[in-house]
Design a binder for this molecule. Sequence first.
Ligand code: NDP
Length: 411
Amino acid sequence: MLIAIGRKLRRKPIRTHAKGATTAIKRARIRGWSVERCNLERAGLKAVPDLFLSQAKRTRTRPASSNRSVTKEKNVTLNRQWRLKHRPEGLIGPEHFEYIESEMDEIAEGDVRVRNLCLSFDPTQRGWVNDMESYMPPVGIGEVMRAGTVGQVVASKHADFQEGDLVQGLGGWQDYFVAPAGAGLSKLPQGVTPEQALGVFGTTGLTAYFGLLDLSEPKAGDTVLVSGAAGATGSVVGQIAKIKGARVVGIAGGPEKCAWLTDALGFDAAIDYKNESVAEGVAKHCPERINIFFDNVGGEILETGLAHLSMNARVILCGGISGYNETEPQAGPKNLMNLVITRSRMEGFIIVDYLHRVGEFLADMVPWYAQGLIQHKEDVQEGFENIPATLQRLFSGQNTGKQLLKLADPS
Ligand code: NDP
C-alpha cells in the first residue's frame, strides 16, 4: 500500500513553482485522488519511519554474514569532497571550505558505499561548524562537511542493501560515502522522491508538524504568527495551522515570498519584514493578538511577537536564524515580562527528540498532502562546485522553500 501512495505522490507532485496559481485551482486538480486509498495503517507506518530513524539510531542495521548475497563495487576510485578548512566568524561562505579529491579504498565486509544524489541544506549546518557543545558534535577541521543526503547504493557488502537502492543518511558534501555496517542508512520508500525525502516528508515536515502540534495544539479561531514563513519549515507550519482552523499570519522577506504565502498557501496575511514595520503589520493583521507564535528567526522579530501575545499564548522557539552568523551572542528580548503578564509559555525543541514518532506524522501528512492541503516548494541548485555557496542562500533569503542541491539522477 505504501507503494500505492508512492505512486500517487509521483503521479501528481504538488510543486508550487507556477506563480499566480490559486490554492483553489491546485486543490481542485488533485481532488480526484482517493484519500481512502491512503490508508496509512497499511501504507507505510512500518517502512517509512526508517527514513527518519536512521538519523537517530545510527547503528541499527546489521552487517551481512559471509553467506548472504552482496553486490560488488565497480569502477569507483575518486571522491570529490568539500571539507571544513577553518571555522567561520560571521557569515559562512565558500572560503571556509576546501575542495579535495581523494582516492577511495575497497569497502570492508558489512559496509555500504553510497553515491550522493541530492544534498539537503539546513540552517543548523551553521551551528555544526562552531566549536561548541550542541545536540551534535561539531564538524572537525579537515572533516567532510556534514549534511543530510539522499543517494544510491553503488556497492554493498551488507545483506540489507543492494546496488541501486535509494537511501537516506548523513552523507555529507561529497560524491560518495561509506556507511560502516550500513549504519545510519535507511531506504527510501518506493515513490518518494529524494527531494520529498529531504523536505516535506523529511525532517522539515517533522519539525513543522511536531513543533506546532506538540508544543501548542492550535485550534479553530486561534491566531498563529509564523516567522521565516516562506522557508521550508515555516511554509509547512502555516499550512498545518490552517488545516487546524487557525488564522495564520506569516512574516517573510520580500513581496514575492509574501504573495506566495497568501495567494498559493492560503495564509490570511503576510508581513514583508524587509519593506515594512513588523510591529505595525502584527498590530494590523493580529487585531485579537497572537495565540501561537512559531518563531524561526529570533532577535527583533521574536521581541515584536512577544509584544503582541494574547492571554495564555504559546511561543514556540524553533530556531533563531537572524543570529546564526553573528559574532557576538544576540541580546535577549527586552519584553520577557510579557510572558508573565499574559500567563504565556515559551518553549524550544529539537526535532531529533521526535524521530520515534514519525508514524504519527505520516498518518496526518500523507493524506493532507494527497488532498492538496500541504504544498511545498523546492529550490534545487546544481553543480558540485556550488555546494558551499548554496548554504549561504539560506542566510541571504535567496531560497524559497526547501534548499537542495542535486548532484545526479538515480541511475
Ligand atoms: P528556511 O527554508 O526557512 O531558510 C531560511 C530562511 O530564513 C531564509 O529563506 C530567510 O527567509 C530567513 N532568514 C535568513 N536570515 C534571516 C534574518 N537575518 N532575519 C530573518 N529571516 C532570515 O530554513 P529551514 O526551514 O530549514 O529552517 C528554518 C528555521 O527552523 C531555522 O531557524 C532552523 O534553524 C530551524 N530549524 C529548527 C529545527 C529544530 O529541531 N528546532 C529543525 C529544523 C530547522 P526570508 O527571505 O524570509 O528572510
